[in-house]
Write a protein that binds this ligand. Structure first.
Ligand code: FE2
Ligand code: FE2
Length: 299
């Protein structure tokens, strides 16, 4: 079913020449991504397909329990840069995410597209608008002043380390070359964890999600727990798409997961040819930043 969206609000302009929109549970979604393929179609004949597979090979081989531990210790120091959230949004414009088969435009557009789409449907949840704006800011890890980490240590889907890699994870076969795959401490269903221990106690593969969570938490952001959860687990597709690893969740995780599932639709489907007037929406987001974050943050 093809549906044309009505007059857009909040500075969103729909490119009328772009693909039609389909309805997914009442949510208008574009049929195709920026390359004209279905979303998250890793098998599609895309110029990027091969690059994305090589990306996941590197990621799955190198993201070990020990690697994640070292990265967390290093970036927990927050001794790299001091800047505001909005300054970071502008900085992120220099970054292209190689792992993403859908997106081929400056990151600030994606952040604002996601935030504005949510704002339209959930006007009263201002924390959710801001969560959308900041959710990908951790991608600055790719930049020299943040250590210039390789793409596989910054972007792409995330998964727990320290327990078995679930079969639902994209390009799972490459985990066979990860040293943890044959380590009996780390390769059972629970590994180093216990049933219902809570995701807060589970180490995730290192990337922009966990980094931005650390930045928000350590700088004492007043975002609600669901906002911090979305930032931290938005790339955890094995959980929010495939339902894997639920045995590690506690009650609070289950509540927060409901918001993540809502958020994820917007994160995914806003990566299309929808333009946002940055200057028009900027004052609103500056007011939210002031409400939920200190003026200068340590990164
Ligand atoms: Fe992300
Ligand atoms: Fe995103």
């Amino acid at each position: 079913m093809t549906v044309i969206v009505d007059q857009p609000e909040f500075g969103i302009e729909v490119d009328r020449k772009s693909e039609g929109l389909i309805l997914d549970g009442g949510f208008a979604v574009p049929i195709a991504n920026a390359f004209g393929h279905e979303f998250r179609d890793y098998e599609a004949e895309s110029e990027r397909q091969e690059g994305v597979e090589i990306f996941y090979k590197n990621s799955h081989i190198n993201q070990t329990y020990d690697f994640v531990k070292r990265m967390r210790e290093e970036y927990m120091k927050l001794d790299k840069v001091k800047m505001s959230i909005w300054e970071c949004c502008e900085l992120l414009n220099n970054v292209v995410d190689e792992s993403d088969p859908d997106l081929d435009e400056p990151q600030i557009e994606h952040l604002l597209q996601t935030a504005e789409a949510i704002r339209k449907d959930y006007p009263d949840e201002d924390w959710l608008h801001l969560t959308a704006l900041v959710h990908d800011l951790g991608k600055v890890l790719l930049l020299p002043e943040f250590g210039e980490l390789p793409q596989w240590a910054v972007v792409g889907d995330t998964n727990p380390v320290g327990c078995a890699f679930n079969e639902s994870i994209v390009h799972h076969k490459y985990f066979k070359e990860n040293p943890d795959y044959n380590n009996p401490d780390y390769n059972s269903e629970f590994g180093v964890y216990e049933k219902g221990c809570g995701l807060n106690n589970v180490s995730m593969s290192w990337g922009h999600d966990d980094y931005m969570y650390l930045v928000a938490k350590e700088n004492k952001s007043t975002l609600p727990s669901a906002g911090l959860f979305i930032i931290r687990y938005h790339s955890f597709y094995a959980l929010h798409r495939s339902g894997a690893y639920k045995h590690l969740m506690n009650e609070e995780d289950k509540e927060n997961l409901k918001w993540l599932e809502i958020f994820n639709k917007y994160d995914l489907y806003s990566k299309s040819k929808v333009r946002v007037d940055v200057e028009k929406v900027k004052p609103y987001y500056l007011s939210l930043i002031e409400k939920y974050f200190p003026t200068k943050l340590k990164w």
